[in-house]
Design a protein around this ligand. Structure first.
Ligand SMILES: *Cc1c(COP(=O)(O)O)cnc(C)c1O
Length: 401
């Protein structure tokens, strides 16, 4: 049976997996080695010069990373995938694969804080021109095109306001001018969307988040055509060296087996919590793409499968002070950056994940001072609602005397 004919949970559990042929170990071993023994000098030369396929040195690839890459490629319906040492490594590797000095990049103006820093500080220093626009409005993307535009970079749903951009529409714009479309699909995971099916050229994930699911690993993955992924591996990953450790690749694969079950639960919990918070007197606004009040709900409905994810942001009434009181008074939800874990997390986007942006830059894109970001876990939803309700009551009591 071909993986293409299987449904999500079967694929995510079985795809890429090898049962060790030497010992019969059901779960494949962790190949915790830096180098590989060569059968002969002749073969060593061929392998080192990439004339033959095989393992030579873990920075160039390892059996544990290769197993993970097969799994990711199957889940993202890609010809090939590459596993790297962090989500930022996946993003920088993908951008350096398609851009060079003198090129122009169009990127979303709501993106992960470090991606914002990479694009606005590092890429500009390397001689790459940039334009940031609201990518949920494709006319803004089209208006930003220049003769040297080589790449469009979009995060959808976007961190932290959950703004959803139309991937198929952006792909059409990119391909009309011979540019590449890169999608950061971290918030969705392959359970909720497959950007390559919608025309994207490269999909990237911070595997630290939903793919791992348990907060035990920092890692990243990218997937796309064999041609692009080969270029990302040789020379970009090879020379910048943002390699994934065999242990982390192995741990990720164990976490990923429950991705479908976890996402189903994250989605249903998040929907109930978003509906609860939207009606709460201490809440100004809820940003969740599953709510009909979210500005990009319609695109989300069209583009995302199976649900709207486990991420939301909330403007708490009372500004930054209210957000602080809430975060300091929750008992089940943990105050921590990161997301996509089995347990619920809360953080303050303006001062934590998005501190790289100025106040004006943040407010222009609705990252308001009283905004907290919630990563809804897989706990029992009634306990989460009770925890948030208790915390919001403390906010009300403290602020209103
Ligand atoms: C966390 C995150 C990243 C960065 O990933 P790391 O694994 O922390 O390097 C990139 N994009 C999004 C949307 C993220 O949430």
């Amino acid at each position: 049976m071909d993986y293409k004919d299987m449904q999500f949970n079967t694929k995510v559990i079985h795809a890429g997996q090898v049962h060790d042929p030497v010992t019969g170990a059901h779960v494949s071993p962790i190949y915790q080695t830096s180098t590989f023994v060569m059968p002969s000098t002749e073969e060593a030369i061929r392998l080192n010069q990439n004339q033959d396929q095989g393992f030579t040195y873990t920075r160039f690839g390892s059996p544990s990373a290769a197993e993970l890459e097969r799994k990711i490629a199957i889940l993202e319906h890609a010809e090939a995938a590459l596993a790297v040492g962090s989500g930022m490594a996946a993003i920088s590797t993908s951008l350096l694969t398609v851009l060079k000095s003198g090129d122009h990049l169009i990127a979303g103006d709501v993106i992960y804080g470090c991606t914002f820093a990479l694009i606005t500080k590092v890429l500009t220093d390397l001689g790459i021109e940039i334009t940031l626009v609201d990518t949920s409005d494709l006319s803004q993307v089209e208006a930003a095109i220049k003769p040297n535009t080589k790449c469009i970079y979009i995060e959808t749903p976007a961190n932290p306001t959950l703004r959803v951009s139309d991937i198929a529409g952006a792909a059409e714009i990119a391909h009309n001018i011979g540019a590449k479309l890169i999608i950061d699909s971290t918030f969705a995971s392959p359970y909720l969307q497959n950007p390559l099916d919608l025309g994207a050229d490269i999909v990237v994930h911070s595997a630290t988040k939903y793919l791992c699911g348990h907060g035990t690993v920092v890692a990243g993955v990218l997937a796309g055509s064999k041609e692009l992924i080969d270029r990302a591996r040789f020379p970009i990953l090879q020379v910048f060296g943002a390699v994934i450790s065999p242990f982390d690749a192995w741990l990720l694969m164990q976490g990923m087996k429950t991705l479908g079950m976890r996402m189903e639960r994250h989605c249903s919990n998040a929907m109930k919590i978003a509906q609860f918070l939207e009606k709460h007197p201490q809440v100004e606004k809820v940003y969740y793409p599953g709510l009909p009040t979210h500005p990009t709900h319609e695109v989300a409905k069209k583009q995302m499968k199976n649900g709207f994810g486990g991420m939301m942001s909330v403007d708490v009434k009372g500004g930054i002070e209210a957000g602080k009181i809430l975060m300091d008074n929750l008992e089940v939800v943990t105050l921590a950056t990161s997301l996509g874990n089995i347990d619920s997390l809360i953080q303050h986007s303006p001062t934590m994940s998005h501190f790289d942006m100025t106040k004006e830059e943040r407010e222009k894109v609705s990252i308001n001072d009283g905004q907290v970001r919630l990563s809804i876990g897989a706990e029992d939803v009634d306990d989460l609602i009770a925890d948030l309700d208790r915390g919001l009551k403390i906010v009300a009591n403290k602020l209103n005397g």
